[in-house]
Write a protein that binds this ligand. Structure first.
Ligand SMILES: Cc1cc2nc3c(=O)[nH]c(=O)nc-3n(C[C@H](O)[C@H](O)[C@H](O)COP(=O)(O)OP(=O)(O)OC[C@H]3O[C@@H](n4cnc5c(N)ncnc54)[C@H](O)[C@@H]3O)c2cc1C
Length: 253
């Protein structure tokens, strides 16, 4: 049986800084064995001091001995986390099954990110050998992150904002249906559940295969508590252990 390597350790914080209003990048010094075992779509459980349950965070980047998370302050846990500047933080991971890269290396793919879903999609964009188009939907211009880096990597970025402050006005899914038809073999998606639901409908209608990364609430991250149970291809699976990335055709949302 193949067992995934995972670590439960304290790591030194390199920095934890605000990138844009309420969005932070937490950079951590990790050991080489941990860095080498991280792949796009996987996540860590971050233990926030004084908060009972750890919080799941996607791997945003891995460079040498550093590991980055990109997060939005939405509640108590992320608020406390955002105020930590130095010291150590305890992480469990890398966890879960990420995007399947090898099988799809030579196909035409598009990436779709909604909100903080860009964290996992960014790491995927860095690791994919061939660049394509990345569709990125947010509420407003201030929520757009990593654009320069993605463009430097050679990705074409199509942006939509709900308030029209940048790019197309509306949801990214409003015009994705036409775009996906054009020469797309596979779509990789990470974002809020309403966006995922819409993409599942579109992908099934136009018969495009792909993968979605789910952001179910979870407590343990390793499949013990069964708090993130979800129906996949008619069977109950755990988002944390069996996912968070699943095939589009298997997901029932
Ligand atoms: C596999 C995975 C990867 C994730 N990666 C990232 C990431 O890279 N960056 C990032 O900013 N966030 C990410 N999240 C969401 C993040 O874990 C939650 O935003 C965080 O746990 C909220 O903690 P809190 O204590 O601040 O908020 P809480 O007080 O627990 O909740 C505040 C608000 O956030 C909502 N919320 C809580 N947990 C989740 C969740 N899992 N998904 C969606 N909404 C939630 C609640 O409904 C509530 O409205 C990820 C979630 C999962 C499951």
């Amino acid at each position: 049986m193949c067992r995934l390597k995972r670590f439960d350790r304290s790591y030194k914080i390199i920095y934890n800084k605000e990138l844009s209003l309420n969005y932070f990048e937490l950079k951590i010094n990790i050991a080489e064995d941990v860095a080498n075992s991280c792949s796009p779509g996987q996540f860590f459980m971050v233990r926030v001091p004084g908060v009972f349950l750890p919080r799941p965070m996607s791997i945003y980047n891995v460079k040498g001995n550093s590991l980055g998370f990109l997060y939005k302050v939405v509640g108590n846990g992320t608020d406390i986390l955002s105020k930590i500047r130095t010291g150590e933080i305890q992480l469990l991971g890398p966890l879960g099954k990420g995007y399947n890269l090898k099988t799809y290396e030579n196909l035409n793919y598009v990436l779709v990110a909604g909100g903080t879903g860009i964290a996992s999609i960014y790491f995927l964009a860095v690791r994919l050998k061939k660049q394509g188009t990345l569709y990125y939907g947010v509420c407003s211009e201030k929520d757009l992150l990593c654009l320069d880096n993605l463009e430097k990597l050679g990705w074409k970025i199509v942006v939509s904002t709900e308030d029209g402050s940048k790019g197309y006005k509306g949801y990214i899914t409003d015009f994705l249906s036409n775009e996906l038809k054009k020469n797309t073999d596979v779509v990789f998606v990470c974002g809020p559940t309403p966006m995922l639901k819409k993409i599942l409908q579109i992908a099934r209608r136009i018969n495009v295969k792909g993968f979605v990364s789910l952001e179910e609430k979870m407590a343990c991250g390793i499949g013990s508590c069964q708090g993130c149970a979800i129906k996949i291809n008619g069977q109950i699976k755990m988002t944390c252990k069996d996912g968070p990335v699943f095939k589009i055709e298997d997901v029932e949302l």
